[in-house]
Design a protein around this ligand. Structure first.
Ligand SMILES: Cc1cc2nc3c(=O)[nH]c(=O)nc-3n(C[C@H](O)[C@H](O)[C@H](O)COP(=O)(O)OP(=O)(O)OC[C@H]3O[C@@H](n4cnc5c(N)ncnc54)[C@H](O)[C@@H]3O)c2cc1C
Ligand code: SF4
Length: 339
């Protein structure tokens, strides 16, 4: 690992100031924020990330570590740990898809350390991105090419990719946030702003190195998940190569509002299959107003993948993703709901 400066500010204001000063220095340095460190330190050891300055945000946990379900929304601090949120009774009862997406991620040790903010900002697991001995990676080195296009791309995206990058967004929690139409609260030099979480991650297009809409020096403070008629009847289904401690090959976050057996409304996000946490609008449109059964779930799954683009080794992800969505929809339909 390379040498770096280290700061541990005592407050959000101090952290923002530290970042601002680093960016204004001559030469400027983009600081890396340290939360749980479970992604950042890995990537520094691999020499993929080489920050000159680490700003440790550990002291912000006091102020931004809340887990607060109230009548209208669930308020989550960015520094709440994954394990705490996954185990919270109020989250499990009223926002099960959130709790499940976190409980099924990583390992118990990682979930005890990792934070919600760090989780949504984790980087792709594309092996070429994580190994700098591969020169061609547009996400790591803009303009260098993409080794995965003609390489081993079994784990790569079939939705939302581009010829510049076909990497998959790896996390789980983000799908739950997208399905429940959460917003993310961002703090920066000009104060706070709240934006739809679904707009945080950028599709790769021609600039895959620009992964989110965060400005340099901005800090995620938290998430707000609105309570809606579909949040209680929600589920996260994760399919992976082994049953634990593994990223999704395909996943579905589904939230349903039913009138008897008819879909009054539905929210769907897919994971493991796309370049960003993927809202499946076409599938939702195919279901709204229809009786939910095997046939309508299959039709929705077909619609979800109508724009999918397979590569040499990942065509299996299309039928797998469809089967995952069908199973998730039918399982959510049969959930027992307690008020
Ligand atoms: C072996 C392994 C298996 C894993 N499996 C899964 C899995 O199945 N599913 C899954 O979802 N995840 C998985 N993960 C990823 C894991 O969940 C993330 O490493 C973790 O959530 C990151 O959180 P952190 O607090 O440790 O982030 P850090 O490593 O501290 O930070 C990650 C990034 O976010 C930035 N950052 C952190 N917090 C903020 C903030 N508040 N504002 C602005 N920037 C910030 C950091 O600068 C850094 O760039 C796995 C990780 C490992 C190592
Ligand atoms: S898929 Fe993206 S992350 Fe992987 S090598 Fe290509 S450009 Fe890099």
């Amino acid at each position: 690992m390379r040498a770096f400066d280290y700061a541990r500010p005592a407050s959000l204001a101090e952290a923002l100031l530290d970042a601002r000063q680093a960016l204004a220095a001559d030469p400027p340095a983009t600081p890396a924020f340290l939360a749980g460190g479970t992604t950042l330190l890995d990537l520094m050891k691999l020499d993929v990330l080489r920050p000159g300055r680490i700003v440790d945000l550990g002291a912000l946990r006091q102020e931004f570590g809340q887990i607060r379900p109230d009548r209208d929304a669930l308020h989550l601090g960015a520094f709440a740990r994954m394990a705490e949120v996954a185990a919270h009774p109020g989250v499990n009862a009223a926002y099960p898809v959130i709790a499940q997406s976190l409980a099924l991620a990583a390992s118990a040790q990682l979930r005890n350390m990792a934070t919600l903010g760090g989780n949504v900002l984790q980087r792709t697991r594309c092996a070429y991105f994580r190994d700098p001995s591969w020169r061609a990676c547009n996400r790591r080195t803009p303009g260098s090419g993409c080794a995965a296009l003609d390489g081993a791309n079994r784990g790569h995206a079939v939705l939302g990719a581009s010829d510049a990058c076909i990497a998959t967004y790896p996390g789980d929690f983000a799908q739950a946030l997208v399905a429940l139409e959460a917003s993310v609260v961002i703090a920066g030099a000009r104060g706070r702003r709240e934006i739809p979480f679904a707009t945080l991650h950028r599709r790769p297009g021609t600039t895959p190195h620009l992964e989110t809409g965060l400005q340099p020096g901005e800090i995620i403070a938290g998430f707000v998940v609105p309570a809606r008629p579909w949040t209680r009847r929600s589920r996260y289904l994760k399919i992976r190569d082994r049953q634990s401690y593994e990223f999704a090959v395909a996943s579905a976050a589904v939230a349903l509002d039913l009138d008897g057996e008819t879909v009054r409304d539905v929210r769907i996000a897919l994971g493991g299959l796309a370049s960003v946490p993927w809202r499946a609008h076409e599938a939702e449109d195919a279901l709204r107003g229809r009786r939910l059964d095997e046939a309508s779930a299959q039709a929705a799954a077909q619609a979800a993948f109508s724009g999918a683009v397979p590569r040499a080794h990942n065509a299996f992800k299309i039928p797998l993703g469809q089967a995952t969505l069908v199973r998730a929809l039918l399982e959510v339909k049969s959930m027992e709901i307690t008020q």
